[in-house]
Design a protein around this ligand. Structure first.
Ligand code: 5GP
Length: 237
């Protein structure tokens, strides 16, 4: 198989067509963007970390029965993935209050939630990815009711698996975002990425932030935080 032309360039990734019509190659960039691209930065080595971490997590989910788009790591920053029709929704799972949940509902940051909180957002940059409920999703015709229920179930299962994984490197999974794709046969699988750009991760002891919030909140030390996670995960520096 060979990589062919660039199909799409997003904020953090490029997607290439290949000689195999069933798969694409994604290439992770070092760029970090936040607030819908209003805030930008470069973290050297972020692309290779996102690639390795996403692939590790996709394989972990697959091993526990959650289908993903992962096919094969292609290079240190590129991966072969199944071609799917992306569903324009973000599914967010929260274990601890932070970010927009704290802003919207007034939970102090760090409040442990009694049960995971699940949210759907409609992916649309112009609208600022608004939160939507089942009724909005039905009106928008972006997913069927059964698909919505299936995405919710898979996301809550993924939460358990990802929490355990991060706990093994003394990191708390505060919240994260998943995106789903539809195969030509109509089944759902986890697509996009699962990385420091899509998860809030805090040191279990000190609660130090080890993710993209270092940049979003102008905390400085994004490069160091990404290096810290790379060391914990045993990935090459
Ligand atoms: P919040 O709604 O608190 O800003 O984000 C909740 C979680 O979802 C965080 O882990 C955040 O990284 C992730 N998330 C929400 N929206 C986006 C998005 O548009 N892009 C990315 N990469 N992650 C998002």
């Amino acid at each position: 198989m060979q990589k062919k032309e660039l199909l799409y360039e997003g904020k953090a990734k490029k997607v290439y067509r290949t000689t195999d019509p069933q798969v694409y190659i994604v290439s992770y960039k070092d760029d970090v963007t936040a607030r819908n691209g209003l805030q930008r930065g470069i973290v050297v080595g972020k692309g290779t970390l996102s690639n390795r971490l996403s692939n590790r997590l996709f394989q972990l989910l697959e091993a526990q029965g959650i289908p993903t788009h992962f096919v094969q790591e292609w290079s240190d920053r590129e991966t072969v993935v199944k071609k799917v029709e992306m569903i324009p929704l973000e599914v967010i799972v929260r274990n601890v209050a932070a970010g927009s949940l704290s802003k919207r509902l007034g939970f102090p940051e760090g409040t442990v939630l009694e049960q995971p909180v699940l949210e759907f957002r409609y992916k649309n940059d112009q609208l600022g990815d608004p939160m939507v409920n089942a009724s909005h999703i039905s009106a928008l015709h972006v997913a069927a009711q059964e698909e919505l229920e299936h995405m919710a179930r898979l996301s809550l299962q993924a939460n358990q698996i990802l929490r355990e994984f991060f706990a093994s490197v003394q990191v708390d999974l505060i919240d994260f975002k998943l995106e789903f794709g539809r195969t030509p046969e109509g089944s759902l699988l986890v697509a996009d990425e699962i990385s420091l750009d899509t998860c809030r991760l805090w040191d279990s002891e000190t609660h130090e932030k080890l993710d993209k919030d270092r940049l979003v909140q102008d905390l400085g030390g994004a490069q160091e935080a990404y290096g810290n996670m790379r060391r914990r995960l045993g990935f090459p520096q």
